[in-house]
Write a protein that binds this ligand. Structure first.
Ligand SMILES: [Fe+2]
Length: 391
């Protein structure tokens, strides 16, 4: 009998429609999925930015009746999922069309669970094996991202704060994966420069950590390196020149590629970033941007060839592995500086005294378990210390 623990799973199933103006394809894509009535899930910021009008116009032109659920916050609450699920049922919708950043896309995935599975939502928590309870077919979903960072449009999980426990809860199931992702650069053009920069660094961190992570996944590796290359080529332009649709398109692709690649795993940088957001409210992308150089230097000892390859994709000059890997962290710092992001935790109100508690929380985070060099609590503390001031 074959020992299945030696087997690996490679999965790239999302249909992706990409290009300027692609959002107008939402109606025909919905029709192909068998939809007759659509629930549009988005938020008030996206509505105010004028991004929903062309979507509604496309649905109208396609003869698809639609209703909207827009009360979604940046840290989504269970009540927001349930309210949108009620709207889905009351309207008699048979497809969810999500337009927004990672939070909106997450909520939209969970609306499909809440609309088809018994309450409470907490029973589907991945930490207690809840994914096995997501058994009913979910209504189809189309995702149109308005940021270029999380890659949630090709992800299989949603994060929501459950009311009874006030805890951020991950709900994961393969069936949560959207059926179609529409990558339209025009839908990201209203992002302010900071958001473009910070979410872009999240995408870069996904690509770098996925490529560095432990595991046999040559497809994810190749996609991750391609994503690094796109970030190098276009993150600064997308930040400096908001209307540059080629740069915006590159960053949407990089974000999607990062999320496809990190099915292989992430690493220490994300373990360091998570408590910085929950304890100090740092933007997730900024937290990764600050910690990434120290992690690259830490990992250089374990995987010099891979760090050298990342440096190569970042246009570091040099022919030997030692030089390239040594310069990699500096290349990330230079990119970070070029897009106007701070490079130190101290400027974010974090001091030396905060670091032991943060390191404890980072150690409990699972991401570092696939870091190519094992991390102790003290290692994570040292990585925070190395990120206190801009190197
Ligand atoms: Fe991330």
């Amino acid at each position: 009998m074959t020992d299945s623990s030696n087997l690996v799973l490679w999965s790239f199933p999302t249909r992706v429609v990409a290009g300027e103006g692609a959002a107008a394809q939402c109606a025909s894509e919905a029709r192909q999925l068998g939809a007759t009535r659509v629930l549009l899930v988005s938020d008030l910021g996206i509505e105010a930015a004028g991004l929903l009008a062309p979507i509604r116009a496309a649905l109208d032109a396609g003869g698809l009746p639609h209703a909207s659920a827009l009360d979604i916050s940046s840290n989504p609450l269970e009540a927001e999922v349930l309210t949108a699920a009620c709207a889905f049922e009351e309207f008699g919708a048979d497809l969810v069309l999500a337009v927004g950043g990672g939070s909106v896309l997450d909520v939209a995935k969970l609306v499909r669970v809440a609309a088809t599975h018994p309450a409470p939502l907490a029973q589907y928590d991945d930490a207690i094996g809840g994914s096995s309870k997501i058994v009913e077919p979910l209504p189809p979903m189309i995702a149109i991202p308005t940021t270029a960072g999380t890659g949630s449009e090709v992800g299989r999980s949603g994060v929501v704060t459950i009311e009874a426990t006030n805890a951020k809860t991950v709900i994961f199931a393969p069936s949560l994966l959207p059926d179609v992702a529409i990558l339209d650069p025009a839908m990201t053009a209203t992002m302010p420069a900071f958001m473009t920069a910070a979410t872009g660094m999240d995408a870069l961190a996904h690509c770098i950590e996925a490529y560095s992570a432990i595991g046999d996944h040559p497809m994810a590796d190749a996609i991750a390196l391609g994503g690094v290359r796109l970030c190098r080529r276009s993150l600064q332009t997308a930040t400096d020149t908001p209307d540059d649709m080629n740069a915006r398109a590159d960053m949407l692709k990089a974000a999607m590629m990062g999320a496809v690649a990190f099915q292989k795993g992430l690493g220490a940088c994300h373990s360091l970033a998570h408590p910085l957001s929950t304890e100090f409210g740092l933007h997730h992308g900024l937290a990764n941007a600050i910690c990434l150089p120290a992690v690259l230097d830490f990992n250089r000892v374990a995987i010099p060839d891979r760090i050298a390859e990342i440096a190569h994709q970042l246009d570091v000059r040099g022919s030997d592995e030692g030089t390239l890997s040594f310069e990699c962290a500096g290349a990330v710092r230079a990119l970070r500086r070029s897009i106007g992001l701070p490079g130190d935790l101290r400027s974010q109100g974090i001091g030396e005294d905060d670091l032991p508690r943060l390191a404890e929380l980072a150690y409990k985070d699972v991401c570092h378990q696939l870091n190519p060099r094992p991390c102790t609590r003290d290692d994570l503390l040292a990585l925070y210390k190395a990120s206190l001031d801009d190197g």
